[in-house]
Write a protein that binds this ligand. Structure first.
Ligand SMILES: C[S@@+](CC[C@H](N)C(=O)[O-])C[C@H]1O[C@@H](n2cnc3c(N)ncnc32)[C@H](O)[C@@H]1O
Length: 264
């Protein structure tokens, strides 16, 4: 039996609190999944899920879950995981719920904000998050890292997938390299005049990449920022475990464990 539910975990103060939606504007949310597919974001989710290594039955919190793509990828890999997705965007959560029901996956969706996780201390084995931290204000990112530490049980891990790591620099901008494959390749079906949908997506991704390194929200992720964020919250072993170079920027997978003082 599948169980999909949406719970409103906002405090009275958080009603009407602004947030930056997945596509920048809430009314663009219906095309989020289309856009995400066109950019091959699914590969990033799969890499994040591999890195997280969730075991059957473990409790996982996906922060900034949006339309549920990371959470659903995770449930595909580990169907018995107890997954909660958190996001302030009610429309995105409704979409995530519809997708979960269609796939007969059990998923709890909580409406709330990353800087105040509505969960008890030590209640999760994993905290995961994809492409969401660059949507948060600086002070909310710092609070999120502290909250992730608090809600993880000792020995639990946080896995972040987001723009980050050393900036590839302008000479690389717009090129694919590294160990991930771009599913947006033009396999010779283009028209040669820059008008095919594939070429349009390529142009858009070039633009996005330039934006990723210059736009202050994403630029602040580069360098060691994500690792420093987790270290600053008390995680002892924060580090990049993988990265994926995509046409729209370098994406880092950063992981850390909440140390277990009782571990040998
Ligand atoms: C680019 S989308 C990523 C969605 C999803 N994780 C994915 O990988 O497809 C960024 C998400 O962060 C969410 N977000 C924005 N501000 C937030 C906040 N303060 N707390 C939690 N999530 C937030 C947005 O609503 C949006 O769903």
């Amino acid at each position: 039996m599948t169980d999909v539910r949406i719970v409103d975990e906002r405090t009275t103060d958080e009603h009407g609190r602004p947030f930056l939606p997945g596509m920048g504007k809430t009314w663009l949310m219906p095309i989020y999944d289309l856009f995400s597919r066109a950019l091959g974001v699914g590969e990033l989710h799969r890499r994040g899920v591999d890195a997280a290594g969730v075991a059957p039955g473990q409790a996982v919190l996906d922060v900034g879950c949006g339309t549920g793509n990371l959470a659903l990828t995770l449930l595909e890999a580990t169907p018995t995981a107890a997954v909660t997705g958190l996001d302030p965007d009610a429309g995105a959560l409704r979409r995530a719920a519809r997708k979960a029901r269609r796939r007969r996956a059990s998923l709890t969706l909580a409406q709330g904000y990353a800087d105040r996780l509505p969960s008890g201390d030590g209640s999760f084995d994993h905290v995961v998050s994809a492409l969401a931290l660059h949507h948060l204000a600086d002070e909310d990112r710092t609070a999120f890292a502290r909250e992730a530490f608090r809600v993880l049980r000792p020995g639990g891990t946080v896995t972040i997938v987001d723009f980050g790591g050393p900036s590839p620099g302008p000479q690389d901008a717009g090129h694919e390299h590294g160990h991930a494959h771009d599913h947006g390749h033009d396999h010779g079906h283009g028209h040669g005049h820059g008008r095919s949908p594939v070429q349009a997506v390529r142009r858009l991704t070039r633009l996005l990449r330039a934006t990723a390194e210059e736009e202050p929200r994403t630029a602040r992720n580069y360098g060691n920022a994500l690792v420093d964020l987790l270290s600053g919250a008390g995680f002892a072993d924060a580090g990049e475990v993988a990265h994926v170079d995509r046409s729209f920027g370098r994406v880092s997978i950063v992981q850390a464990t909440r140390e277990d003082p009782a571990a040998p």
